[in-house]
Write a protein that binds this ligand. Structure first.
Ligand SMILES: [Zn+2]
Ligand SMILES: [Zn+2]
Length: 230
């Protein structure tokens, strides 16, 4: 993923050298212009944007469909060596109720903090164990322990923040593991699979059968004792 963003950055730089450097990188729909706060420590920029969901978030059962709109709210705060983004992502997550398998479509809110350093070289230098862009093999064991901010690239000499990797990482991590269509979902009948939410009084006759067997048995026993008694 990092390699991808690096090559993306390089291609933007090449593009920019010929075109003045303020062209929106058209190869990325996730580029967000931050030029007004970039390299201006102390400045903040409000973000209210919508991006298409990147590919590969979840699967057919729980996930975000590629291209579905993710709303991003928050702000970029400029510090001496980069931009700090804090905010929320609001994504349309599709899921399945884990009890009754009913499809659920719901907006999910996720809190986000990320760092976009000015110096691309510091991308790796600043990464702490647990950062999602660190070499996977190296840090797999401790991955997830450290919830510190993650590091993402700026492109075009700090003119744009690229949200693609940040969106993907955040959404993948934020996907619900357990989803219920409602807190008191009754689930499916273990015997016939009918959705018990649609038929709360549903039951099977086997229960009654058992009673009738008992009743028969009781009658039989009664008969037996009366016979013995004589
Ligand atoms: Zn359900
Ligand atoms: Zn049933």
């Amino acid at each position: 993923m990092q390699k991808e963003s690096e090559s993306l950055m390089r291609s933007h730089q090449e593009q920019d050298s010929g075109q003045g450097g303020r062209i929106r990188p058209d190869s990325s729909p996730w580029a967000y212009a931050v030029g007004q706060v970039s390299s201006r420590p102390g400045q903040s920029q409000t973000v209210d944007a919508q991006f298409p969901a990147p590919s590969g978030i979840g699967d057919a059962i729980v996930g975000v469909k590629e291209g579905d709109i993710v709303t991003v709210n928050g702000s970029f705060d400029s510090i001496s060596d980069g931009l700090v983004f804090t905010g929320t992502f609001d994504a349309p997550v599709h899921a399945e109720c884990t009890r009754c398998l009913k499809p659920i479509d719901r907006g999910w809110n996720m809190d986000v903090t990320a760092f976009f350093p000015y110096d691309a070289a510091s991308l790796s230098a600043r990464q702490r164990p647990g950062g999602r862009q660190t070499a996977k093999d190296e840090f797999d064991i401790i991955d997830g322990e450290d919830e510190s901010e993650d590091v993402y690239p700026l492109s075009s000499d700090g003119e744009y923040a690229d949200f693609e990797a940040l969106l993907r990482d955040t959404l993948v991590e934020g996907l619900p593991l357990q989803t219920l269509c409602r807190p008191d979902c009754l689930g499916l009948c273990p015997q016939c699979g009918i959705n018990l939410n649609d038929a709360p009084n549903h039951h099977h006759e086997t229960v009654d059968d058992r009673f009738s067997v008992l009743a028969e048995l009781k009658d039989k026993l009664k008969e037996d004792t009366t016979t013995d008694g004589r």
